[in-house]
Design a protein around this ligand. Structure first.
Ligand code: 1CP
Length: 347
């Protein structure tokens, strides 16, 4: 008999002896073996598009910490890249894109054309599937359309998403054209990921919280609902996790309206609030402050226990409230992983 995968069991509504866990950005610069491989690979995109390297990076944190899930090593910005936009990742500066011009028609962006560029990513998933230790689930992912659009329109990271919001508010029909392309491309990309071995899908809506309510419904909830329903038409059982960072009380509407299986909650949401308001509708994934993982020790452990206690009455996957930061000592990740493996509720 195949050993069960605790992450899949929990997402299917079943019980496990302990709470499954993984950490957003669990592969990356805080690991010396990642920094060494990154140096040899050349650019970040070379690393992502070289399956031998990307398989290794995906499995690096699993070898050290034996999380319950591996997450594909890639980035949310491979979609704009595969759609033909110039994308580069500069050391110390983050992603730099050739910004889209809202005034010019969206020529040449064609969702069906992405596979040529993205086929190495599918090879990576096949490679990871073949090497995955027993009991470990494989997570595929994409950025949610609003979040990816902010990078495409701003040309990179931005504090206020001023250009993207101005386009969305001032010319909603024009902006809808971009969102529709991103919905189509995300569905194409995620279906190919599932075919290549992804067992769970996470949608990163990192900048959901920069939109107020009506706009967040239109540009975050609606597109994610569309992606979810199209993935489920082909794969009715595929578990989907959404991470609408900063959505606040709209987390509830996001869960109800998109119908995803699980909500990744950010650091600002009280775990007890999530237990009362989200767990009756969907699973909850989260939400230790990644800064506590930098600090480590009792400060980290007591807060981790408090989150486990608060969410023990329903479906819970332990995670951080945002990604691991590069200055995190790997020993603290080990300490937290040990706590999570041994913790059982006193109920
Ligand atoms: O080596 C390097 O210098 C590159 C750093 C790096 C890494 C390790 C980037 C650039 N992306 C990644 C990998 C990555 N990104 C993964 C797979 C690894 C894993 O999780 O273990 C995933 C899931 C992402 C997702 C991602 N990329 C998000 C959503 C999650 C989040 O953190 O909110 C976002 C917003 C991005 C854009 C991006 N790519 C890279 C950076 C530094 C950023 C963030 C820029 C910003 O803050 O606006």
């Amino acid at each position: 008999m195949l050993q069960e995968k605790p992450l899949l069991t929990v997402l299917g509504g079943g019980k496990t002896k302990r709470v499954p866990f993984w950490f957003m950005r669990q592969a990356g610069r805080y690991l010396p073996e990642y920094r060494a491989l990154r140096k040899n690979a050349g650019s970040f995109l070379d690393l992502v598009y070289t399956p031998d390297f990307a398989v290794d990076v995906t499995l690096q944190p699993i070898r050290r910490f034996a999380m319950d899930a591996a997450i594909l090593f890639s980035d949310i910005l491979v979609i704009p890249h595969a759609l033909g936009q110039k994308v580069a990742f500069e050391e110390g500066r983050g992603p730099v894109l050739e910004a889209l011009d809202p005034a010019a028609p969206l020529k040449g962006l064609n969702a069906a054309d992405i596979h040529e560029t993205l086929s190495p990513v599918y090879e990576t998933l096949k490679g990871v599937s073949a090497e995955l230790p027993e009991g470990v689930a494989l997570i595929g992912f994409a950025g949610a359309p609003w979040t990816v659009a902010t990078y495409m329109v701003e040309g990179g990271s931005s504090a206020d998403h001023a250009k993207t919001k101005s386009w969305a508010y001032g010319d909603p029909e024009g902006f809808q054209t971009l969102i529709d392309i991103l919905v189509d491309a995300s569905v194409e990309y995620l279906l190919a990921q599932i075919d290549a071995g992804a067992e769970v899908i996470q949608l990163f809506d990192t900048w959901a919280g920069s939109l107020p309510e009506p706009a967040q419904r239109r540009w975050c909830i609606e597109p994610v609902k569309e992606i979810t329903s199209r993935l489920r038409q082909a794969h009715p059982e595929i578990p989907i996790i959404a991470f609408p960072r900063g959505a606040g009380p709209l987390y509830v509407d996001y869960a109800v309206e998109t119908g995803v299986n699980c909500m990744g909650i950010d650091t600002s949401l009280p775990a007890r609030w999530a237990a009362e308001n989200i767990q009756p509708i969907a699973g909850v994934q989260g939400n230790l402050d990644p800064r506590l993982l930098v600090v480590g020790g009792e400060a980290m452990k007591s807060e981790a226990r408090a989150i486990l206690e608060a969410l023990k009455g329903g479906v819970h996957i332990f995670n951080l409230g945002h990604g691991i930061t590069p200055e995190t000592p790997p020993e603290h990740v080990e300490e937290l992983s040990d706590l999570l493996r041994s913790w059982t509720s006193d109920e």
